[in-house]
Design a protein around this ligand. Structure first.
Ligand SMILES: CC(C)(COP(=O)(O)OP(=O)(O)OC[C@H]1O[C@@H](n2cnc3c(N)ncnc32)[C@H](O)[C@@H]1OP(=O)(O)O)[C@@H](O)C(=O)NCCC(=O)NCCS
Length: 196
C-alpha cells in the first residue's frame, strides 16, 4: 500500500466479535499523548516486558520520528475512551535486512483475547507487504506465554532462542524468543542451499 493508499484506507471502523466498536487509525504525531496514557495504564508485568519503554516521552517522540522517516509504520486502535492498542512494523535501513520488519503489537488488558490483536496484525500484514517486507519478526521472552500462544495462532513460528539476551526493567536477564512469519513463504530454504 502506498502512503496515499494508506491515507485513504484509514481511519477505519471495525466491530469485534463481542460487538465492541473500535476505530483503527494510521499513527501520527496526534497520538503521542494517547500512547503515553496507554503506557501509564499498563500493568507492572506488561511494563517488565516492554521492548521499548513507551512510558518515556522521548521514546515516543523517537517512535514518531521513525514514522516521519518511514522506518516505522504504525496503526493505533481507539474506543470511545482512548487508545486501546497498537501494531507497528519497524524496518532497519541496513540493506541486508531491508526485507525484514519487526512487528510489535500491544493491546490493553481490557481488550485482550477479544480479537483486537488479530485485527491489528492482519492490517499491519497488508501494510508490511505493501512496503516490500518479506519476513516479520516478533521478539518476546519465554515468560510471555500468552503472547507466544497468540502469535502462534496468528501463524508465527519460533525461530530462535537467544540465551540471556535481554535485561528487563528490574535488571534481570532473560532469554529472547524470536518468532517469525514469512509473508510470501520461504524462498531460500535449507534444501535450496544444499543443492548449490
Ligand atoms: C499478544 C497480544 C498482542 C495478543 O492480542 P489479543 O488482542 O489479546 O489477541 P487476539 O484476541 O486477537 O487473539 C489472537 C489469537 O491468539 C489467541 N490468544 C490470545 N491470547 C491468548 C493467550 N493468552 N493464550 C492462548 N491463546 C491466546 C486467541 O484465541 C486467538 O486465536 P484464534 O484466532 O484461534 O481465536 C496481547 O496479548 C498483548 O498485547 N500482549 C502484551 C504485549 C506483547 O507481549 N506483545 C508481543 C510482543 S510484540
Amino acid at each position: 500500500m502506498s502512503n496515499q493508499d494508506l491515507a485513504s484506507h484509514y481511519p477505519k471502523s471495525i466491530t469485534l466479535a463481542d460487538g465492541a466498536n473500535v476505530e483503527i487509525r494510521l499513527m501520527s504525531e496526534a497520538d503521542r499523548d494517547p500512547v503515553l496514557s496507554f503506557a501509564k495504564a499498563l500493568t507492572q508485568e506488561d511494563l517488565l516486558f516492554l521492548r521499548v519503554d513507551i512510558t518515556q516521552p522521548q521514546v515516543v517522540d523517537e517512535w514518531i520520528n521513525n514514522l516521519k522517516t518511514g522506518h516505522s509504520t504504525s496503526l493505533v486502535a481507539y474506543d470511545d475512551e482512548g487508545l486501546i492498542g497498537y501494531a507497528t512494523v519497524h524496518r532497519n535501513p541496513a540493506p541486508w535486512t531491508r526485507r525484514v520488519g519487526e512487528l510489535r503489537v500491544n493491546v490493553s488488558q481490557a481488550y485482550r483475547a477479544r480479537g483486537l490483536g488479530k485485527n491489528l496484525t492482519s492490517e499491519i500484514f497488508d501494510i508490511a507487504r505493501g512496503l516490500g517486507v518479506k519476513k516479520l519478526m516478533a521478539n518476546m521472552t519465554p515468560d510471555q506465554r500468552g503472547a507466544q500462544a497468540a502469535f502462534r495462532r496468528l501463524g508465527f513460528v519460533p525461530e530462535a532462542i537467544l540465551a540471556d539476551y535481554v535485561e528487563d526493567r528490574n535488571g534481570m536477564s532473560r532469554d529472547l524468543v524470536i518468532m517469525s512469519y514469512d509473508i510470501d513463504g520461504h524462498s531460500d530454504t535449507v534444501a535450496d542451499a544444499v543443492r548449490i
